[in-house]
Structure formats: C-alpha cells, structure tokens
Design a protein around this ligand. Structure first.
Ligand code: ZN
Length: 95
C-alpha cells in the first residue's frame, strides 16, 4: 500500500494512472513520464541542497557541460552493459 506524501493516508489506484489518497483526496500521477518528471525535480532539489547549485549556474563553460554529459553517457553505457550481462546469464542459466 502506498502512503500519501501529504498526510500519510492510504493511497488507492484509480482507473486513470493516478493514486488517490483516501484521507485527503490528494492525487498523484503514476505514468512513467510523471515518475521521471518527479525524479528530475527531486534530483534538482537534492543538488541545490547538497551543492548549492542549479542548472542556472554560469560558472561552467560549454566544454565543461559537454564533459559532464559525456561522463554521464559513459556511466550509462557501463550500467547498461552490466544489466545486459545479468539478463544474458539469466537467459542461459534460467536464474
Ligand atoms: Zn493524503
């Protein structure tokens, strides 16, 4: 059972990709896109908290941004390779 982020009440699934709080009526969109958007917002808040910066920062050059992006892409490729290996082993061994 999911709990409401507002009042901690029980949330129920509705027919339209929503969770609705039984106590306060708060509705949470549960589509894939909404979950990704929420994670982007959470990450931005965490970055502001931890580093005191936002994407509006002006201290990085275009090349700095490109380097950050490439590092993230390289990490992504490594994570994908790792999980693909796990899936392939699962296909071979059935575990
Ligand atoms: Zn609630």
């Amino acid at each position: 059972m999911n709990h409401c982020p507002i009042c901690r009440g029980d949330m129920v699934q509705t027919e339209t990709a929503q969770l609705r709080c039984l106590s306060c009526g708060y509705e949470l969109n549960t589509t894939v896109e909404a979950r990704v958007a929420a994670k982007i917002q959470e990450r931005a808040a965490r970055g502001l908290n931890k580093y005191g910066t936002t994407m509006e920062r002006t201290d990085l050059s275009r090349l700095d941004w490109l380097r950050h992006a490439q590092e993230e892409a390289l990490d992504l490729a490594v994570y994908l390779e790792k999980v693909m290996g796990m899936e392939q082993r699962k296909e071979v061994t059935g575990e």
